[in-house]
Design a protein around this ligand. Structure first.
Ligand SMILES: Cc1cc2nc3c(=O)[nH]c(=O)nc-3n(C[C@H](O)[C@H](O)[C@H](O)COP(=O)(O)O)c2cc1C
Length: 403
């Protein structure tokens, strides 16, 4: 809860993405932050101060020369009575003013007067973003210590043009604000971690595949928890319907062989946490064409072949990470299967869970795991997957602290 109790001065400038700032205000407030809005004249062409003020539950500051606002708060206090100045969206115009120290309206004056960290989320047409003038301004601002989130690649809202210029999504901006304000200890700083997550899809033909019920929730949460402790995390994810965690570099794959290749490419690393539910087998010869059903013909049988064992490959690799952790999803004899896996796979820890359908763990939001290591077996209570992730990340940090 990094944002809990934090005061955010949100400057909204005149871009079409201003509509996303309404959601951004909600997301920030959900996390316990207070939001004090400042809007440029341009911003008020896109969203109304009424909507912004209602969502922020605060007065909206729009005018530098308002006698009332000057008397109540004053632009210098406005610029300093906060923990973070967030500009979202940041127009090309406002970036240009900031880079040149202009102060001809409330937003630019506040930005010149503040002594607080400043995070900007630019949003503009790709041509504006790629213009030499904008590039110069961005380089100047980065040199001045202004932090950036985005812009992202994608389709623009109004022109439907594709390119880099789209404002980061509200949750990405929230994550960047959290990262900037996070002063918690970083015991895994300087450590590199590889985490796998989600299921794999093994093709039968171009439209059909063999999969499993893994949601990726546990693996993604572990990647995020390690990043929170300062690790440089590469997450190799199978096909999932959840968002990439913030602050982690995510590689998307489909098949087990692709996952193995991505993991090996990410070496060397200090930590490997293999959470993905990798298919043990794949179809021996997947068809290039959709397999057709012909009346009267026999039902096809699928011949399977073994997939690479990614945990075992990493556990016995010449570049083996110092700490190798595997997950064992079992439906019976959990302890003995996990202990056997520990030695066979060359792992330091096996996180074992009973994924029998009655537990609801596979695909669910909670987990009940056992930590199986050469020191013995430790049963953890039933917890949210996020909590399992934090506890496991703390355990990993502890192992490195002990050397
Ligand atoms: C429909 C429309 C959409 C616009 N969208 C953007 C935008 O996404 N990004 C941007 O930098 N400027 C955009 N502009 C131009 C800005 O509104 C203009 O540069 C304005 O002067 C910005 O003022 P401000 O920076 O004080 O808010 C847009 C203009 C219009 C008419």
């Amino acid at each position: 809860m990094v944002l809990s109790g934090k005061r955010i001065l949100l400057i909204i400038s005149g871009g079409i993405a201003a509509y996303k700032s309404l959601d951004l205000i909600r997301r920030l407030r959900e996390r316990g932050a207070s939001v004090r809005p400042v809007m440029t004249a341009g911003a008020q062409q896109f969203v109304t101060p009424l909507a912004v003020g209602a969502l922020a539950a605060d007065h909206v500051f729009t005018d530098l020369f308002s006698r009332q606002d000057e008397q109540d708060v004053g632009h210098i206090r406005l610029a300093r009575d906060c923990d973070l100045v967030l500009v979202a969206p940041a127009t090309a115009d406002l970036l240009a003013k900031m880079a040149n120290g202009l102060a001809d309206d409330l937003a630019s004056t506040v930005l010149l007067a503040t002594d607080r960290p400043v995070l900007v989320a630019p949003a503009m047409n790709p041509h504006m973003w790629n213009h030499a003038a904008t590039k110069r301004n961005v380089a100047t601002l980065k040199g001045d210590g202004i932090r950036f989130i985005g812009p992202m690649a994608g389709e623009m809202a109004e022109s439907r043009e594709a390119g880099v210029g789209r404002m980061a999504e509200p949750l990405e901006i929230v994550a960047a604000a959290e990262a900037l304000l996070d002063t918690s200890p970083k015991p895994l700083a300087g450590r590199k971690a590889i985490v796998t997550s989600g299921p794999t899809h093994e093709p039968i033909d171009p439209v059909r595949y063999i999969a499993n019920r893994s949601s990726g929730r546990q693996g993604h949460a572990i990647a995020a928890a390690l990043a929170k402790l300062g690790a440089d995390v590469t997450l190799v994810s199978g096909p999932v319907s959840i968002a990439d965690p913030a602050g982690v570099s995510t590689v998307h794959v489909e098949r087990a062989e692709e996952m193995r290749d991505a993991v090996l490419t990410a070496l060397p690393a200090d930590i490997a946490v293999m959470v993905a539910a990798v298919a043990d087998w794949r179809v021996a010869s997947a068809s290039d064409q959709k397999i057709k059903k012909h009346p009267g013909e026999s039902i096809p049988t699928l011949a399977l072949t073994e997939n690479p064992d990614i945990l075992k490959t990493i556990g016995h690799h010449t570049m083996r990470p110092k700490l190798v952790i595997g997950f064992a999803a079992e439906t019976q004899d959990v302890d003995n299967n996990a202990k056997a896996k520990l030695t066979r796979k060359g792992a330091d820890i096996i996180v074992a869970n009973d994924v029998s359908p009655a537990t609801g763990i596979m695909g669910g939001v909670r987990n009940r795991v056992k930590i199986v290591s050469h020191n013995g077996i430790e049963q953890w209570p039933d917890m949210a997957k996020d909590e399992v992730a934090s506890k496991l990340a703390a355990l990993i940090a502890d192992r490195f602290r002990q050397g």
